[in-house]
Design a protein around this ligand. Structure first.
Ligand code: ATP
Length: 457
């Protein structure tokens, strides 16, 4: 549905004014690249996470969930290669001292047409010069050479011996699954192929500013690692590409705003990699990644921990380190895509209404209960008490009914239930549909079932 004239400013303003997302530490003037989810936003994001978990864990019998610690033994990050080499190509503007990612600048400048991740630092520097790419902050082109910058946040843990007290906030969640490969396999009696899934916070000292929830310094990832035999690994990779796309389409992202982006340049251990990109207001950008990581991760942990990561096939007794297919999507980035997709400014006869067409399964509130007049509030509160046992409901008795409908449209509430004087007589209410604005009359005890059927995912 996404509005083609949509700007990020419109989304940011709506989010701030309607309680989806506020700037982090707002009363102190904010804190760059941090955002706080408000009462409406937290519901939206939780619903998105629940939908993901339902599809990829609850309805996937070979997938097991974990919730691993954020702080991990620092050796984990040596094994993963993050301590030695994790880093994005960064450049500083010599004029205003802001730091940017060179690949992001090129991709933004070319509106996603150039895959900068496949370029060397020298190629990127040349491209930036030839295309006269200026600092987005001060408008001057006066760059330092590109350098790698390690975006892991470092903190310290007092109880460790002096000199070895450095710990990291995890920059990705997947290591929590790799280190639990043996635990989960044993306790769940899992047979390869199986997956371990997790939803949790990651932290990256990202410097590139802007684009709201797209790139933040702390964010949630929803991801899984599928452990499999090499011979079946490519089929599984292809299957997750399809499942990942189906999932975001089922949540409401439209086909014309989605595309696969297969990587040309792969990490030395990877066998294939693909992003799904979404057409955000600033252009095509990565929404999620699907990676065939070979045996790299488990082999490295085998080497660094000294524990065997071999799986013994119970039927053939074959011993091997499984291949890994990774599927990872940012919960905040997906929330942003769904906000953009849902937004519509709809011209009505006498006014323009802003309406968020969320899939009912992820809508923050499923129902708003609205007494037509204040003196109907007792009955309306009864209806609210009944429905809120089942769904997140809003209750609003202030302002004209038209204004109240508009407020609910702006936060994407799929159904408004209006209590009027007839309700007192016949026990029925008016249910108004957000998208069509059509109204039907149904009995109070039928509302629950009516809504339940529509919000199924
Ligand atoms: P990008 O190239 O955009 O930095 P990435 O390739 O580093 O992303 P991964 O490490 O594969 O991303 O992370 C998987 C997913 O996590 C991404 O597809 C994205 O949805 C999300 N993600 C990564 N970094 C951030 C961030 N700084 N803010 C919000 N979400 C993020």
């Amino acid at each position: 549905m996404a509005d083609s004239k949509l700007t990020m400013d419109k989304i940011v303003n709506l989010c701030k004014n309607r309680g989806f997302v506020y700037p982090g530490s707002d009363i102190y003037g904010g804190f760059a690249n941090t955002w706080d989810f408000g009462p409406v936003g937290v519901e939206l994001k939780n619903n998105i996470k629940r939908a993901w978990w339902k599809k990829f864990v609850q309805e996937s019998p070979d997938t097991y969930g974990v919730d691993a610690a954020i702080l991990m033994n620092p050796r984990v990050w040596e094994a993963s290669g993050h301590v030695a080499s994790f880093g994005d190509p960064k450049m500083d503007c010599k004029n205003c001292k802001q730091r940017f990612r060179a690949d992001t600048l090129i991709e933004a400048h070319s509106k996603g047409a150039v895959a900068a991740e496949a370029m060397t630092n020298e190629e990127m520097e040349k491209y930036i010069e030839e295309h006269d790419i200026k600092c987005p902050h001060c408008g001057v082109r006066n760059w330092t050479p590109i350098r790698k910058f390690n975006p892991m946040f470092v903190t310290s843990r007092g109880t460790l011996e002096e000199g070895s007290d450095k710990v990291y906030l995890r920059p990705e969640t997947c290591q929590g699954e790799y280190v639990n490969f043996l635990n989960v396999q044993r306790t769940a009696r899992a047979k390869v192929p199986f997956a371990i899934a997790q939803i949790g916070k990651s932290f990256r000292n990202e410097i590139t500013p802007g684009n709201f929830l797209f790139r933040t310094v702390e964010f949630e990832q929803m991801e899984l690692q599928k452990f499999c035999k090499e011979s079946e690994s490519m089929d599984i990779y292809v299957d997750y590409k399809a499942r990942a796309l189906d999932f975001v389409k089922a949540l409401g992202l439209s086909e014309e705003n989605l595309r696969y982006h297969d990587h040309d340049k792969l990490a030395h251990y990877a066998k294939a990699a693909c992003d799904i990109q979404y057409k955000f207001p600033m252009g095509w950008q990565e929404l999620n990644g699907i990676h065939h990581r070979g045996v790299w991760d488990l082999s490295r942990h085998q080497e660094y921990s000294g524990k065997t990561m071999q799986y013994i096939d119970p039927f053939t007794n074959e011993k091997y380190v499984p291949n890994v297919i990774e599927y990872s999507i940012g919960a905040d980035r997906l929330t942003l895509a769904l906000l953009c997709e849902a937004y519509e400014e709809q011209a009505l006869e006498k006014e323009t209404r802003v309406v968020m067409h969320f899939h009912p399964a992820i809508a923050p509130y499923k129902v708003a209960v609205l007494p037509l007049q204040k003196n109907l509030s007792e009955k309306a509160k009864e209806v609210y008490a009944l429905l809120s046992k089942k769904f997140m409901c809003d209750y609003d008795e202030t302002g004209s009914i038209g204004k109240r409908y508009r407020r609910q449209d702006e936060i994407g509430t799929p159904f408004c239930v209006t209590v009027d004087f007839d309700t007192l007589e016949d026990g029925s209410v008016t249910v108004r549909d957000r998208d069509s604005m059509e109204q039907i009359r149904i009995k109070i005890d039928e509302v629950k079932k009516y809504v339940e059927e529509k919000i199924e995912f």
